[in-house]
Design a protein around this ligand. Structure first.
Ligand SMILES: [Zn+2]
Length: 313
């Protein structure tokens, strides 16, 4: 079968190539992929900024149908609709251990929504497990990409008051943030975000920040608008190491923490949140392309066109 793989070390060494189909082991299931999201991490893999195992198919946010189950597999059977992660989504079939993060999709979730559980879980983990905030706390989400809009909805579900910031280039995303429930939106090319946050919080600053943009400007804004004793959770990855205003951290007793990944429990909660229509991931999907047009999709993600782009094998 053909899969998108990284075939050598270095920049750009990613292509849609023939790979050997793996056999289904006793503890494994074969998932026929139906929908797989392209993530900025995939672009970082192409640009050699994020480690990836050679010849292991890319695609870490996907859903599909179990078409084969190993002899001793108990959690799944042929025909189960599932969502999963890690690797293998950009191919017709992916082989997964039944103890990997792989979960059944409720009947009312589409495969597209299933492919969105992974990024939602990453955002939810940072909000639920990493950051500590209380009901009606004021939260600034920097960056209106998939992670930002997922984090925003989780914060809303937990009773926070949310502002989402982005640039003029991401105006459609900022408008979507408003539609999905953001209390405030900030176009940072038009409004000084630090002044805005200080105004609406009456000079106190945001109780917590989720930095989903991974830019120097976002980090500076984050520390500048974070209250004394506040926590900035870093979710976005940087292509270049930023300069950190350590004096702000010292003088304002601030903290920066990082967040990546999730737990099994996070996935189960996220599936429930989408199933019960508390969180809308469908609206984040702007384009669908056949897997053969992966290059077009990758280029769009790199240029930040649309929002979530789904590849269908
Ligand atoms: Zn991702």
């Amino acid at each position: 079968m053909k899969a998108i793989i990284k075939y050598a070390e270095g920049t750009g060494k990613v292509d849609f190539l023939d790979v050997e189909e793996k056999l289904c082991g006793d503890y494994e299931v074969v998932v026929e992929v139906r929908a797989a999201g392209i993530c900025m991490t995939d672009i970082h893999i192409v640009n050699d900024l994020y480690p990836w195992e050679l010849f292991s198919p890319l695609g870490h946010e996907f859903s599909g149908v179990v078409v084969e189950a190993g002899k001793v597999v108990t959690r799944f059977k042929v025909g189960d609709r599932v969502t999963t992660c890690k690797y293998g989504g950009f191919a017709k079939y992916a082989v997964k251990n039944e103890n990997d993060l792989i979960f059944k999709l409720p009947d009312n979730l589409s495969f597209d929504e299933g492919a969105m559980i992974e990024p939602l879980a990453a955002a939810a983990f940072s909000v639920i497990n990493r950051s500590k905030f209380k009901v009606r706390d004021f939260i600034l989400i920097e960056g209106a990409g998939t992670l930002g809009l997922c984090a925003m909805q989780v914060v809303k579900a937990m009773g926070g008051v949310v502002a989402v910031s982005g640039t003029s280039r991401s105006l459609p995303r900022i408008e979507l943030a408003k539609k999905l429930g953001a209390d405030y939106t900030i176009n940072i090319d038009k409004i000084n975000p630090v002044n805005f946050i200080m105004d609406v919080t009456k000079g106190k600053g945001a109780d917590a920040i989720f930095e989903c943009a991974g830019t120097q400007a976002a980090l500076d804004t984050g520390l500048g608008s974070l209250k004394n004793g506040g926590v900035l959770t870093q979710i976005g990855l940087y292509s270049k190491n930023p300069v950190v205003d350590l004096n702000s951290i010292v003088c304002k007793n601030q903290q920066i923490i990082g967040s990546i990944g999730y737990e099994s429990e996070t996935w189960m909660k996220c599936i429930e949140l989408v199933k019960d229509r508390i969180i809308d991931v469908q609206s984040l999907i702007t384009h669908r392309l056949p897997l053969t047009e992966w290059k077009k999709g990758f280029d769009m993600v790199e240029r930040r066109e649309g929002l979530k782009i789904i590849l269908n094998p």
